[in-house]
Design a protein around this ligand. Structure first.
Ligand SMILES: [Cu+2]
Length: 182
């Protein structure tokens, strides 16, 4: 009898571990995209910090994500930070030597802050690298009380299972061999 209860409990714990990443944390609503494409990253904020409302996000644009451009959000101010690129790239016939490396959304008022029992998405777009592979988006979530630093990246592979505060994962997939231009 005891053994049966234990296995049920273990099963429930296992289910919770599987279900949690989908419902909580900071994740990308579209976690897969094609290499070299223009991509709209939607960071989904599933909860605040221990019940406290979210009033700020600082997003590290992953290496190779070109020309990051944040989407405005009513009630929030936006700031971007640029840095010199180790490897300049070409865009629309111009050489880009400085690019956006950090995006920051700040609630302009207490009313604009995102309550813990609601969710929202913060979006930015840009061009993905030509090379397939995982891109990790680190996000510092600040709240009226406390903060969550979503910056853990697994040493190997892309499984974030068991990690307390994983960065958001974007899986950049190889472009199809035959591209269709419309
Ligand atoms: Cu969570």
């Amino acid at each position: 009898m005891m053994k049966k209860i234990c296995s049920v409990l273990m099963l429930m714990a296992g289910l919770l571990a599987v279900l949690q990443p989908a419902s909580a944390h900071v994740v990308l609503s579209e976690p897969k995209a094609v290499a070299g494409s223009y991509y709209k990253a939607m960071l989904r904020i599933g909860h605040g910090c221990n019940g406290s409302a979210t009033n700020g996000l600082v997003v590290q644009v992953p290496f190779g994500f070109e020309g990051a451009k944040p989407q405005p959000k009513p009630g929030w101010t936006i700031a971007t930070r640029k840095a010199k690129l180790a490897q300049p790239y070409n865009s629309h016939g111009k050489t880009v030597t400085d690019d956006v490396v950090e995006l920051r959304w700040t609630a302009a008022s207490k009313e604009a802050a995102l309550p813990d029992d609601q969710f929202d998405e913060f979006a930015f777009m840009g061009r993905l690298p030509d090379k397939a592979g995982p891109l990790w988006v680190k996000v510092l979530q600040t709240c009226e009380s406390g903060q969550n630093d979503w910056s853990d990246i697994p040493a190997n592979g892309t499984s974030t299972r068991g990690m307390k505060s994983p960065a958001a994962l974007l899986e950049v997939q190889p472009a199809p061999a035959h591209e269709h231009h419309h």
